[in-house]
Design a protein around this ligand. Sequence first.
Ligand code: ADP
Length: 314
Amino acid sequence: MLKKIFNQLNIFAQCRKYNLPLWECPYFLFLIMGFVIIIVTVTTYLIGVRYIVDPLVVTLIVLLLDIILFIITFTIIHGFIKLAEVARMKTEFISVVSHQLRSPISNFKWTIELLMSGRLGQIEEKQFDYLKILKENNNRMEKLINDLLIVLKIESGEFHLNKKEISLTEIINELISESGLFAKALNVEVRFQFQKNLSKISIDPYYIKLAIKNLLDNGIRYIKGKGVIEIKLEIKKEKVYFEVKDTGAGIPKNDQKHIFQKFFRSANIMKHQTKGSGLGLYIAKSIIKKSGGEIGFRSLESNGSTFWFTLPLK
Ligand code: ADP
């Protein structure tokens, strides 16, 4: 019993368990409220003895006030602890499910590719089409699981960059060629304008590629019909400046403040593009911020969007 109480009093460990900053942690708030109750008790007592003659009445008033304050504090903090516990369980649930789904998804991937390659026997055109659908859906699941795992890393503070000196121009060229077929299928032309002789910068190649991919894919996917994507890479105010401008659906004014929030998708997009998780921009923002940069956008509904970010040169 005593051990349990001491464990409960280990505020830092309790707050770490819920992965919450100190000022949002129920146990820390409980401690603060304890101090508040003590101050209120002393103040009430001092004021009481000045204006009320009978010290017994003062003591009774102070005692009553303390009991009421304690009950209110206890009820509120208990509610907070329950909420924090639910949030922790949700995070653990996503983590377990995501890790468990990873291996069946990659098994599906290799099996589908093996079947499509024809090495296990010739397959008919119709069967090939069905396998293509299976492959696309499996890729979507794989992306969602990978995105969820990155979000978990970001939120648990276990998101670290492995920086290397690399050329952003090369990364962007790679991405443009990788998304070539996808853009062509959607009738989207991708143009890339870059400043020559841009020096290499120290960034995490995997994550920066992911951030740019998320911005570029959105540009391509959210164009209705024929369209153009213009990518720009240059030095601006002694920083690397990147932008991707599209001629797509744009973002409604009321939705703009939510755009970098997890799982947010704007109503105009959900009407014509059901595929998506609302995690891409949240991840891109976390990567750019962690790399020491800034990220933002300009957009007008039905008039396209420009997403940009900056990165430090050194
Ligand atoms: P997803 O694309 O999977 O929905 P994102 O986090 O990448 O998730 O984007 C969140 C939302 O922001 C999108 O659903 C869409 O409503 C809006 N959005 C992002 N990029 C664009 C864009 N280039 N044009 C129009 N809307 C966009």
